[in-house]
Ligand binder design. Structure first.
Ligand SMILES: Cc1ncc(COP(=O)(O)O)c(C=O)c1O
Length: 433
């Protein structure tokens, strides 16, 4: 893929999957669990990835609007590759024993939060689920109770033992019989086919608070897997007030919306609130698995030792990669806000009978497909999805009906790749299936 002419991208020269990809996909099916999901949506085998380009085994080169689901917020960058290579020269496993990269990461993370949150503490994890589960456990330790947590419709917080209960969709729970945390689920305002207002939701939660023992509330500032839904303004502020008035710990899940994705380092900053606990994952390790929870310092006294364990937490390679990402993200935020606004406008102007709504913030944009006041059915959606990858764009979907295309390209993507991508997207969704 060396010396590629960006004007010629995407470059598709075989059917998808091509013959070489097909061999690896077949072998994967032979050896790996039948429950793998992503190769069903993206039937290619990857040979090489660089910045916002992915080359498959057959030499097809795709524009990456997936970023491993918001994990590669600065793309497959050379500076991440180099940071990992150079850390390998030092060490690649250290438990919790400090290294320079670890301390540099922690300092950079601290500076990436608003000034009124710089005295918070960090606890590391590996996955987003791990971070969210730890966050709720911190809340329970602080309250001293195993009380209820308020969670929301459309929410996705992971699928491990305790946190599975907070995730909304039944399809994610089918293979997990764990009862999980005790939760009370409230509607999320702003979902297209539901339309609950902020007042409706606050009233619902107030009633729940009167009737139950609740110690925490876990919320995504923009619904991620639930459909890239931006709640009406005032929602997070109203939740913050509700939590303050009722001694409830407010946990904000920034696993998908954080690390610059919305044009601010953290999506909650758009609303000017101060969460008690923040869950961070995905892009924080630059693509090397790592997550963390950032929590109020006074909560520290309430945590037993040991509290949250795991051999692989905060791997040195992830810390070195994450340090680069955190340090470099502030420099792209203005451009994400500006380019995101422009993109929202351009996507909103696409003249297609199949687009029901375009919404989003920064580089977290959902294009929901529907016709005749109904979400588009999954068979038609699959045709659009197949067409996108055949045209050379790797783009995922989300939402309760799986009918929302989600734009989550790297924040530093070349403008030409955005322009070409929008042209292709326009062409694909303007086709009537
Ligand atoms: C908002 C949010 N929280 C938590 C998770 C779970 O993260 P992981 O898949 O790393 O466990 C996700 C994953 O998509 C997410 O979007």
């Amino acid at each position: 893929m060396m010396d590629i002419d960006i004007a010629k991208i995407p470059y598709i020269k075989t059917e998808i999957p091509g013959p070489k990809s097909r061999v690896l996909l077949d072998e994967q099916r032979r050896y790996e669990t039948a429950s793998v999901t992503y190769p069903r949506s993206f039937p290619i085998a990857i040979r090489y990835a660089k910045d916002s380009l992915i080359e498959d085994m057959d030499g097809n080169i795709f524009i990456d609007w997936l970023t491993g689901i918001s994990v590669l917020n600065l793309g497959y960058s050379e500076f991440i590759r180099n940071a990992v290579k150079s850390e390998m020269e030092s060490t690649w496993h250290a438990l919790e024993i400090p290294t320079e990269a670890r301390i540099e990461f922690l300092k950079a993370l601290n500076e990436a939060f608003p000034s009124n949150m710089r005295d918070y503490k960090t606890i590391f994890g590996i996955s987003g689920a791990d971070a969210c589960e730890t966050a709720v456990n911190i809340a329970h330790q602080v309250s001293g109770k195993n009380a209820y947590t308020i969670v929301f419709e459309g929410a996705y917080h992971g699928v491990s033992g305790g946190i599975i209960a907070a995730t909304y969709e039944d399809k994610y729970k089918a293979g997990n019989n764990s009862p999980g945390f005790r939760v009370i689920r409230a509607p999320y305002p702003g979902i297209l086919w539901e339309n609950y207002s902020v007042d409706d939701v606050i009233e619902y939660i107030q009633t729940a608070i009167r009737e139950n023992d609740i110690d925490s509330l876990l919320v995504e500032p923009i619904l991620g897997e639930g459909g890239y839904v931006v709640p009406p303004s005032g929602f997070l502020k109203a939740l913050r007030k509700l939590c303050d008035d009722n001694n409830i710990i407010m946990i904000v899940d920034e696993v998908q919306s954080g690390m610059g994705r919305t044009g601010k380092m953290w999506a909650f900053e758009h609303d000017g609130i101060k969460p008690d606990i923040v869950c961070v994952g995905k892009s924080v390790g630059g693509g090397i698995p790592m997550s963390l929870v950032y929590y109020r310092k006074d909560f520290d006294d309430k945590l037993p030792v040991p509290f949250h364990l795991g051999t692989y937490r905060a791997n040195p390679l992830a810390l070195a990669a994450g340090r680069e990402v955190i340090k470099r993200t502030p420099a792209v935020l203005d451009s994400v806000r500006e380019r995101g606004k422009e993109l929202l406008k351009r996507l909103g102007e696409i003249d297609s009978d199949s687009i029901a709504q375009v919404r989003g913030r920064g580089f977290m944009i959902g294009i929901e497909l529907g016709r005749n006041d109904k979400p588009l059915d999954s068979i038609t959606m699959n045709k659009y999805k197949k067409s996108m990858i055949e045209h050379g764009i790797i783009m995922h979907t989300c939402g309760h009906y799986g009918n929302t295309f989600r734009f989550m390209a790297a924040l530093n993507i070349d403008q030409k790749l955005l322009d070409t991508g929008v042209e292709i997207f326009d062409k694909v969704v303007s086709t009537q299936w």
